[in-house]
Design a protein around this ligand. Structure first.
Ligand code: SF4
Length: 462
């Protein structure tokens, strides 16, 4: 087999690809309207994550911390949650949804966040805020298992589990986008509109591409409402775009409410967008309109101009969120490129059973490694010490120093991408996303050829 799946053998992480589970839970919670999460742990668990998300989205938003200190770490810190909920409700009269997101510290000391929620419901909320709609939702995201990806997956499931309630069928489609950018949400809504599908787009952050309005500064909030979440149990079907970011919620809805469900593929590249539209058709019965056939044709035309002439045999390393990284590898293969190394930054044991990884193992015709539980040293070590030659790196901004140090061109994609302007606005999903992504890759390669006086750039006059 030319494509090998292996786990990082070395102990210790050198420059992690992902951050921890609470980050994912925080990202999921900002997609809900009238929601401010309380992260139960030290202040840094919010401070750094919030900074990361803000740098990526270039927007301001709110997340709270229970701000646990030494005494809480020793004697238990449930009291900090009680105070935090009270302060949050006093300070923000519109807040209705308050996830209580645990961290490594509060999981280790064993704080009973379900018990705190019960106590607050019966005490503080009933006595001080009678009649006010408030939902306290414990979410367990210890940082010593999984990663920000599983944290997102768990949080999405827990929100859906808390709210979903069977009443009357609403005829809608649940679309669980996974961890995407505002530009991706806009692109997905466009595809749904063209298909004439009435969908609930869950954990919806399109509004994080927010305007500056005459009435002053703007704090961004997600758009998924409590009604949207409640209605997930009454949908016609569920489509989750990502297996590892939203797959658990899709599975829950299928099992608990018998809702027809499909998971993946992430609609990156032509074949995966084709599969997405076919899945929409299967679940809703709506035909794929001519307008999308035309969009597909435009994308194919754009990619044909680039593929064989410029992309063929270009060696690529890809890292980041698993659904994204796998889809990017599939896209690169379709563009005649050679993904040489795929780095998945956590130890999810499910990767070995992922049909897309199995398909890569069976079909890739060149030497390729897929490394799980990987860090950036897995990439750097191969370049520095093991003779890995690359033409391109695809991944988020945290890996940029490898690109800089070893003079390998890089296209920023995924989360976070804070060292390039406006990337959160540009979709990578759908046919338009495939075109944009391929053109970004091509232009990056062209600029690199010019910069390095590689004569191949002279060909760049088609
Ligand atoms: S590793 Fe633990 S302490 Fe650090 S940010 Fe994550 S949850 Fe907080």
């Amino acid at each position: 087999m030319l494509c090998e799946l292996k786990e990082r053998e070395r102990a210790g992480i050198i420059n992690p690809i992902f951050t921890c589970q609470p980050c994912g839970a925080q990202f999921a919670s900002i997609g809900i309207k009238d929601c401010i999460g309380i992260v139960h742990g030290g202040q840094g668990c919010v401070m750094f994550v919030r900074l990361l998300i803000s740098q990526h989205l270039k927007e301001s938003f709110e997340i709270a911390s229970s701000s646990v200190h030494e005494s809480g770490a020793v004697f238990g810190a449930c009291g900090r949650v009680e105070e935090a909920v009270d302060v949050l409700l006093m300070r923000y009269p519109d807040v209705k949804v308050v996830p209580i997101i645990s961290t490594c510290l509060t999981e280790v000391i064993g704080d009973d966040i379900e018990g705190v929620a019960r106590k607050l419901n019966e005490g503080l909320l009933a006595e001080k805020y009678p009649g006010r709609e408030v939902h306290l939702i414990p979410i367990h995201t210890p940082s010593f298992v999984g990663s920000m990806i599983s944290g997102y997956d768990i949080a999405v499931r827990d929100f859906v589990k808390y709210f979903a309630k069977k009443t009357e069928p609403n005829g809608k489609l649940n679309l669980i986008t996974g961890w995407v950018n505002p530009g991706d949400v806009t692109a997905l809504k466009h595809l749904l509109r063209e298909m004439d599908i009435d969908a609930t787009v869950l954990f919806e952050i399109e509004s994080f591409d927010s305007p500056v309005m005459p009435d002053g500064n703007h704090v961004s909030h997600g758009s998924t409402t409590i009604e949207d979440l409640t209605g997930t149990a009454n949908a016609q079907a569920t489509l989750a775009l990502n297996r590892y970011e939203g797959g658990k919620a899709a599975e829950y809805l299928a099992t608990e409410f018998d809702i027809p469900t499909l998971v993946g593929p992430t609609p990156i590249g032509i074949r995966n967008t084709d599969a997405f539209l076919k899945n929409l058709k299967t679940l809703t019965g709506k035909p794929i309109p001519q307008s999308l056939v035309r969009e597909r044709g435009q994308a194919l035309d754009a990619l044909t101009d680039l593929t064989h002439m410029f992309f063929a045999d270009k060696r690529v390393a890809i890292y980041g969120a698993p659904d994204l990284a796998i889809s990017l590898a599939e896209f690169c293969l379709d563009l005649e490129m050679k993904p040489k190394l795929l780095l998945l930054g956590d130890d999810n044991s499910g990767y070995q059973h992922d049909p897309r990884i199995k398909a890569l193992q069976q079909n890739v015709g060149h030497e390729m490694e897929i490394v799980t539980n990987a860090d950036f040293w897995e990439l750097e070590d191969r370049i520095k010490n093991k003779g890995l030659e690359l033409d391109l790196i695809l991944g988020h901004s945290k890996g940029r120093f490898i690109s800089i140090d070893y003079n390998i061109p890089m296209v920023r994609v995924g989360f976070p991408t804070y060292d390039r302007a406006g990337l959160h606005r540009h979709p990578v999903v759908g046919y338009a996303g495939a075109t944009w992504l391929a053109e970004q890759m091509a232009n990056t390669l062209f600029a690199d050829m010019e910069h390095k006086h590689n004569k191949e750039w002279i060909l760049n006059v088609w």
